[in-house]
Design a protein around this ligand. Structure first.
Ligand code: CA
Length: 229
């Protein structure tokens, strides 16, 4: 599943560069040009990681950081601070900003992507791991292969994405709307009923005689991956 990175940067050329390159590195990027916009975006959808420029108009990077840390939804969201070379770095290093790491501009994109992955691996390993496992299920992201109890499971692309998402948070119940956003994207118009169709296909593909059903339907709430289904 694509990790969502929010880039908070007021300098348009840098934001564009980050957007383009992080997109190529396999991240889904949203941009905010100042602190206020950043806080609004975070309200809409909690990012998996926030790339935060230190020097921002209106609300400073440090203040944004403080507000994010005070918010229950983003208390533990990894924050990577971007700073300019010079004094700022000393300040960032010395201050208890609440950021998890910082990178000094100008930076190499490969280095930045590596730092982002390291932070994500620490905070949400299921986002960057090559292999997801749950009960007797294994999903290998490198080869796009799924097995149950060692037997190959053949899935269509939508069912594969659905399973990848569910395997990131086993036991948690997701509404149809949440699954639509995560698997189909928030910009497409798909009926909620479509989710039921694909969950049905996934359930059928995962079925093994005598083995428990791994997908639980929670009436009027949604679905979860659960071996106690
Ligand atoms: Ca700036």
């Amino acid at each position: 599943m694509t990790p969502y990175v929010l880039v908070v940067e007021d300098e348009d050329p840098i934001a564009t560069l980050l957007d383009y390159n992080l997109g190529k590195e396999g991240f889904r990027v949203e941009r905010a040009a100042d602190g206020e916009e950043a806080l609004l975006k975070v309200e809409e959808e909690t990012p998996d990681l926030i790339l935060l420029d230190w020097m921002l108009p209106k609300v400073s990077g440090v203040e944004v950081c403080r507000q994010l840390r005070a918010h229950p939804e983003t208390r533990r969201t990894p924050i990577l601070m971007l700073t300019a070379r010079g004094e700022e770095t000393d300040k960032v290093r010395g201050l208890d900003t609440g950021a998890d790491d910082y990178v000094v501009k100008p930076f190499a994109m490969t280095e930045l992507a590596a730092r982002i992955r390291a932070l994500l691996r620490r905070a949400r390993p299921e986002l960057v791991d090559e292999r997801l496992e749950y009960a007797d299920l294994v999903l290998d992201r490198g080869s796009h292969r799924v097995t149950r109890a060692g037997h190959a499971v053949h899935l269509g692309p939508t069912e594969y994405r659905l399973l990848d998402f569910l395997m990131q948070r086993p036991g948690r119940v997701f509404t149809r709307e949440r699954l639509l956003d995560a698997v189909w994207g928030s910009n497409t118009y798909v009926e909620a009923r479509t989710v039921d169709v694909h969950v049905g296909r996934l359930r059928k593909a995962l079925h093994r005689p005598g083995a428990p059903d791994l997908i639980r339907t929670v009436r009027s709430a949604g679905y979860s991956l659960d071996e106690r289904a």
